[in-house]
Design a protein. Structure first.
Length: 421
């Protein structure tokens, strides 16, 4: 069965795809087709050339000035713009004079990294998307279409990535072209047309944004679990964050790592214990919610208008039909938010379970005893004693459903016992 790898467009956010590519290599995944749009067309080209090392080095070295003359990082924050105030004036002056950014540095990178011998001799097929300007007519170019251009085929990659109006139009054979994202930022159809029967998508947005393939059973979506920022921010810290997140998210997609906003490691041989703990959590949460008196929350509307606890946990995951383990880990991440844990590292799930249980036992060893109000007060005390100052997630302690979730989580860990954890 032929497999396709699809690289979405997204400018500097394409660093995420390098981390994902690294994970796919470690997982032993191999693809027969690579397609891409904009920065995705470049990463896909490097994939065809079997050039992970070259791709990684390119993303390690790239800076804003390697993309545009007098380049600046277009971050969302005013502070970032202020720090670059000395570079902003020459950039704007050049932008106005050139009717777009001077992207000659970007073209030099493309021509240097495009290896026609390796590209055209590779067994991996290829396609990119660009758009003819000003008609905005979509144009697909496959490897066969690019062959007549030889060493100059990189120009079509530049056309696919001509993010107009920030970048100027790209002229080829007397015609003007702009970024392929104006038509199809995720060329899944191109992969299927080239014979792929299964497709892995490396998206660059937190939401799935190709409606035609969101529910396709042969399309695996790998997308960022956290926002990657703007598409022209080549700050080193931002790029490193994207690379590491791409790696972790891909490992999660294949079940090697767990979690959503956070990342967890857990021994594969103990997954049955994790499922058992998760099942116990959901049973306890369901019973506690059924017994809870929500009459104070219901005024002139019925209780069935209130969001259920599983709905709240599902919305955190953006999943329609999560299983017991998904919901349990969502609750755990909700607790970690409240306690001020930071994403960006891998947490050992067994160690985390044990630490939370020990801390809960040291303060409130008998969370099962007392009225709901008394138990809730203990859980509030547990969280508030450990939460950092000005933590926005602490507001969850004011919500009955979240208190039910956090209480059920701690009770589950206390009941499980050390051996089960």
């Amino acid at each position: 069965m032929k497999k396709g790898l699809v690289f979405a467009g997204g400018g500097s956010k394409g660093a995420y795809q390098i981390g994902a590519w690294k994970a796919l290599e470690e997982l032993g995944e191999r693809f027969d087709v690579a397609t891409g749009t904009s920065i995705g067309s470049i990463n896909a080209m490097l994939y065809v050339q079997n050039g992970f090392d070259a791709a990684y080095e390119m993303w390690q070295r790239v800076r804003a000035e390697n993309i545009m003359t007098h380049g600046v990082n277009l971050d969302r924050s005013v502070e970032a713009m202020y720090k670059q105030r000395e570079q902003l004036f020459p950039f704007i002056k050049n932008y106005v004079a050139s009717k777009g950014a001077d992207v000659r540095p970007f073209h030099e990178i493309l021509s240097r990294h495009f290896d026609p011998d390796r590209f055209f001799s590779s067994p991996i097929d290829y396609a990119l998307i660009t758009v003819k300007f000003p008609s905005f007519t979509p144009v697909e170019k496959t490897k066969r279409d690019l062959l007549p251009y030889g060493a100059n085929a990189w120009q079509w990659l530049a056309a696919s990535g001509a993010a107009f109006p920030v970048f100027p139009v790209m002229k080829i054979d007397g015609e003007d072209y702009v970024d392929g994202g104006y038509y199809d930022n995720i060329p899944i159809a191109s992969a299927f047309k080239l014979g792929a029967e299964e497709v892995v998508v490396l998206d660059l947005k937190t939401e799935k944004n190709h409606e035609g393939y969101v529910h396709h059973p042969r399309v695996r979506y790998i997308k960022p679990t956290r926002d990657l920022g703007t598409f022209l921010n080549f700050d080193r810290k931002a790029l490193d964050f994207s690379i590491s997140l791409g790696y972790y998210d891909t490992m999660k997609s294949y079940g090697v790592l767990l979690g959503d906003d956070f990342t967890f490691s857990y021994p594969l041989e103990r997954l049955s214990q994790l499922k058992e703990i998760s099942r116990g959590f959901l049973t306890l949460l369901t019973v506690s919610e059924a017994r809870f008196d929500f009459s104070k929350s219901v005024k002139l509307h019925r209780v069935n208008k209130l969001h259920g606890s599983t709905t709240i946990l599902s919305q955190r995951l953006e999943e329609d039909h999560p299983d017991d383990t998904d919901l349990f880990l969502s609750a755990l991440e909700g607790m970690m938010d409240c306690l001020g844990y930071l994403p960006g590292e891998v947490y050992d799930l067994q160690e985390l379970f044990f630490r939370l249980k020990v801390e809960a036992d040291s303060l409130y060893p008998m969370l099962d005893q007392g009225s709901a109000e008394e138990i809730f007060a203990r859980v509030r005390g547990f969280v508030q004693a450990r939460a950092p100052e000005k933590n926005p997630y602490i507001k969850r302690l004011e919500e009955d459903r979240w208190l039910l979730i956090l209480t059920s989580l701690l009770q589950t860990l206390q009941r499980a016992g050390n051996s089960a954890l």
